[in-house]
Design a protein around this ligand. Structure first.
Ligand SMILES: NC(=O)C1=CN([C@@H]2O[C@H](COP(=O)(O)OP(=O)(O)OC[C@H]3O[C@@H](n4cnc5c(N)ncnc54)[C@H](OP(=O)(O)O)[C@@H]3O)[C@@H](O)[C@H]2O)C=CC1
Ligand SMILES: O=C(O)[C@@H]1CCC=N1
Length: 283
């Protein structure tokens, strides 16, 4: 049973905000979708949110006036400081301000929002189906009640952990970006199945269920994944032949490099957001 919250606001109603908003409603964290308001510059995002029953507005200040428990900053990192100015324009001292922006540090948030209670969190899109993974750090003024709000909101839609802030970039590289790597793996598994003669529909279902089942085994048995892998590999059998090909293709190394590259990019994004809006892609 999850504690109910009164009202939550999202500034930015894009991909990640929608995932969390859907999750909060389906897990009954709020009474109804009408307890959630979102703002965006992009009209289509607001139209989609309105269709799902959420309150919408083009004015960020409306979000700050409505939200009692939390204001979630869900814009791209380079728009965070602009949004901070909108938040400051409204005298709302009850709501904790939670930023999901990759790379944007607590120090940058507190500089943009002097005197406000802030939290930095890194969720992921599986929050939409209640299977997210989020890690957060509290700002210097945030209190125990703010921690509880964050745990209620994001704990309802998946796993939640408090971590020292210096680890949030690594979390971003792993679980924040990780769903994309896993989707690529599922797509590739399915392609392999199609190559071997399965229909696309069957191959996709089998690939997704295989990833889900294997992940459940790691979580439920708490066994080392290497041990579970060995249980699948019969001597001289099919699986070890497949593993051999994955090793030849640099599968593990490529995955490690992907997490490293995304972590590094997260570190850059905070600075990009702060100092270089004109060259936001840091090319
Ligand atoms: N996608 C993901 O898997 C995850 C994303 N994040 C973080 O979440 C944040 C949002 O990402 P995502 O949802 O993917 O991005 P989206 O682009 O889908 O959503 C952001 C939305 O914010 C709008 N926006 C831009 N400026 C403002 C403003 N000043 N006021 C109100 N709305 C504004 C954008 O409009 P327009 O397009 O017109 O600019 C856009 O619709 C990012 O900081 C990202 O790092 C964190 C975890 C996972
Ligand atoms: O790609 C990005 O920058 C965002 C942050 C984590 C997932 N998506």
């Amino acid at each position: 049973m999850t504690a109910k919250v009164q009202s939550v606001g999202f500034i930015g109603a894009g991909m990640m905000a929608s995932a969390v908003m859907e999750g909060l409603v389906s897990k009954n964290v709020v009474d109804s979708s009408g307890s959630i308001i979102c703002s965006d510059l992009f009209k289509e995002a607001l139209e989609k949110a309105a269709e799902r029953g959420f309150k919408t507005t083009e004015v960020n200040r409306d979000v700050c006036e409505f939200a009692v428990d939390a204001i979630i900053v869900a814009v791209k990192p380079n728009a965070v400081q602009t949004v901070c100015r909108d938040i400051l324009a409204v005298e709302n001292k009850t709501a904790v301000i939670i930023s999901i922006a990759a790379g944007v540090t607590l120090e940058e948030l507190e500089r943009g929002l002097p005197g406000r209670r802030v939290v930095r969190i890194m969720p992921n899109t599986p929050c939409q189906v209640g299977e997210g993974a989020s890690c957060y750090s509290l700002g210097t003024l945030a209190n125990a009640q703010d921690r509880e709000i964050v745990e209620v909101l994001f704990g309802a839609v998946g796993l939640i952990r408090e971590v020292p802030e210096h680890l949030i970039n690594a979390v971003t590289g792993l679980s924040g970006s990780g769903p994309a790597y896993v989707f690529m793996f599922i797509e590739a598994l399915a392609d392999g199945g199609v190559r071997a003669g399965l229909t696309r529909a069957d191959a996709l279902k089998l690939a997704a269920q295989t990833v889900k089942g294997a992940a459940e085994m790691v979580l439920k048995t708490e066994s080392h994944p290497g041990v579970l892998k060995d249980q699948v590999c019969s001597p001289g059998g099919t699986t070890i032949a497949g593993c051999d090909e994955l090793e030849k293709g640099g599968f593990r190394s490529a995955t490690i490099q992907a997490v490293k590259a995304a972590t590094k990019r997260s570190m850059q994004l905070g600075h990009v957001a702060e100092i270089d809006i004109t060259n936001k892609y840091n090319l």
